[in-house]
Design a protein around this ligand. Structure first.
Ligand code: F6R
Length: 614
């Protein structure tokens, strides 16, 4: 989703802004722009397309200045074009502003401003906010900081903004509500701003995460001042960034997605760290240990999430119900937040989010919080809004996930959710020591098994070549392999634009079987376990209708091998943990098919890495 970068300092701002925008490309966008303040003038340059298009557009006439802002826009109001791209200027040309989020009452404000003579060039809510700030400043004579504060108290919705002003070349102002914003504090009075830490980490580790409804003045002379919309001064809380620059680079892989797929043995181990003690056969999770009574007495767990994180939640439903004997409901956050759901004080709401910024998940948390539930967050991005909003939680420690299609975040989420289910099961006394030890040992073996499955890459590439031109695909699984089927289908559709559906294998005969013919690839998880024979029957049903079967099987399987067109073997794994291993070939498959179809693997069309609007 939209990205923000800002710089105020002593260096030329343009290279810093462009580099920052490139680091933010992973969020998904359709246009970009920069505004630089130089010798009392603001120069705005923006265009539809990639940051490289903006660079081409500016080749030979690079804007100068030591103060500037840059933006990648993901269209919400008005189509992606040069005019709607940010930054936007005020009517008198004194201000330039960039904005992430949505101003919900922009239409009413726009009408009032038009009545007062304002003329708008774009379709955006952002331009309306820029004019509103200008209007307040001119009308009341207050300074810009106060004008911004007053303007923001009139708007409804979500925003993260950065403003520069040609009347005040020594300062930059930022503010946020429901959309993240980080301020980096460099040496020599330098300031950096980012919609996340990625454009900042190269320059400074000292950051301040703005809270909702805070306005920050960054001044070359007087430093950083933070005031709330309600006009209360706050002491900036400076934190140290933990991410390393190397983790943001591609490290020799063609795409971030491939790098992230291959990082999974490591990222799963990172999830274990400090939590799993193999020798003692023990798991400790501080977020659960600190709220032990709540988990012991909980009547129900409600999981809220979106997309891939929702699929991880579905896997967790099997884990919690089976291991911890705790009833689980898994909800799309977007539906849950508007459904007037019944939430009891002894419910625990688990919010799963890689980015920790997903607007719907955040809204679901806030609603559940008001109704008294304990909220537990499973987030990847440290310091993200969700991780700060929840009562307790566990980070997935997968490291930055840059590819828009989630891969290592999914396996990290399932790993953490497994550790949680085991921790809760120990506390609730629902697991025998023997099973606990067996599962801990099995979990410990998962990184090696994932490494083993990654060796099927060439075979998966070969299969991808055969099915790359399919127009539809079906993914089937039973039990906790059903969410993996959903995840496989999502991966294929989102990066290769092939229509794909995931189904519980037995549901096929209630409808989707009508689609099966010799053109239809059917990807089936047919690993050994309690529903193996049933899945074998489902495979036969597909074969009887000439569908093509690509099956993920347990190493050494013979029955499915005899029926399927292709089999991909994965190491024998306890049924409870199979999703962590069986998802890998599906990730590789969608990656290869997308590459073969010439798709933009890391930044698929219309998609954003962090969905900060509902
Ligand atoms: C799919 C994907 C999305 C996200 C979803 C939730 O590959 O990445 O479906 O899983 O937008 O995002 P988070 O986990 O950041 O809340």
């Amino acid at each position: 989703m939209c990205g923000i970068v800002g710089y105020l300092g002593t260096e030329q701002a343009y290279p810093i802004l462009i580099k920052g925008l490139k680091r933010l490309e992973y969020r998904g966008y359709d246009s970009s722009g920069v505004a630089l303040l130089n010798e009392g003038e603001i120069e705005i340059s923006k265009c539809r397309g990639k940051v490289s298009d903006l660079e081409d557009h500016l080749a030979g006439k690079v804007p100068e200045g030591v103060v500037g802002i840059g933006h990648t826009r993901w269209a919400t109001h008005g189509p992606p074009n040069d005019i709607n791209a940010h930054p936007h200027a005020s009517g008198d040309g004194t201000l330039a502003l960039i904005h992430n989020g949505i101003i919900e009452n922009y239409a009413t404000i726009k009408e009032e401003l038009i009545n007062r003579g304002h003329v708008f060039k774009s379709d955006t809510d952002t331009e309306v906010l820029t004019h509103l700030i200008e209007d307040i400043r001119t009308k009341t004579g207050v300074d810009l900081f106060e004008a911004i504060r007053l303007a923001l108290s009139e708007v409804h919705g979500a925003y993260a903004i950065v403003v520069i002003d040609k009347k005040n070349p020594d300062m930059m102002i930022a503010a946020k509500k429901s959309s993240p914003l980080v301020i980096g504090i460099g040496g020599n009075g330098e300031f950096y701003v980012g919609s996340d830490a990625t454009p900042i980490v190269e320059y400074t580790k000292n950051v301040v995460y703005l809270e909702d409804e805070e306005v920050a003045l960054m001044d070359r002379k007087s430093g950083l001042k933070i005031v709330t919309i309600q006009n209360k001064e706050k002491v900036p809380y400076i934190q140290e960034l933990e991410i390393k620059l190397e983790t943001l680079e591609k490290g020799g892989y063609d795409y971030f997605m491939l790098k992230e797929i291959y990082e999974q043995p490591r990222s799963i181990i990172d999830c274990f760290r400090g939590r799993m003690n193999l020798q003692k056969g023990e798991i400790r999770m501080s977020g659960i240990d600190d709220n032990e009574e709540k988990w012991i007495n909980a009547k129900r767990v409600i999981i809220v999430a979106c997309g891939t994180s929702w699929h991880a939640g579905l896997v967790a439903e099997y884990l919690f119900e089976d291991i911890a004997r705790l009833s689980v409901e898994v909800e799309y956050a977007s539906e849950f937040r508007y459904r007037n759901p019944i939430i009891n004080k002894d419910d625990i709401v688990v919010a799963i989010s890689q980015s920790g910024e997903t607007a719907d998940t955040l809204a679901a948390i806030e609603m559940a919080k008001k109704q008294g539930a304990h909220i537990f967050g499973v987030c990847n991005v440290v310091g993200s809004t969700i991780s700060r909003t929840t009562d307790s939680g566990a980070y997935t420690h997968a490291g930055p996930e840059i590819g828009v299609a989630s891969t290592k975040a999914f396996t990290a989420q399932v790993t953490v959710l497994t550790l949680m289910a085991l921790t809760v099961a120990q506390k609730r006394g629902t697991i025998t020591d023997a099973r606990l030890h067996r599962l801990i040992a099995e979990l410990n073996s998962i990184p090696d098994k994932v490494t083993e499955v990654l060796k099927t890459n060439d075979q998966v590439e070969y299969i991808s070549d055969i099915y790359k031109n399919a127009t539809n695909a079906l993914y089937l699984g039973r039990g906790s392999s059903f969410p993996v089927a959903l995840e496989g289908a999502l991966k294929l559709k989102e990066i290769s634009y092939i229509h794909a559906e995931g189904y519980p294998a037995a549901e096929m005969k209630h409808g989707p079987i009508a689609l099966i013919d010799e053109e239809m690839p059917v990807f089936v998880i047919a690993t050994h376990g309690q529903s193996y024979e049933k899945v074998v029957s489902n495979i036969q049903e597909v074969k009887a209708r000439k569908g093509k079967i690509i099956a993920i099987v347990t190493a050494g399987d013979t029955a499915v091998k005899g029926m399927a067109d292709h089999v991909i073997e994965i190491p024998k794994t306890d049924e409870t943990l199979v999703p962590l291993v069986s998802v890998i070939p599906f990730q590789l498959l969608s990656y290869h098919i997308a590459v073969m179809r010439g798709c933009n693997v890391d930044q698929p069309r219309n998609l954003a890495k962090s969905v900060t609007v509902e």
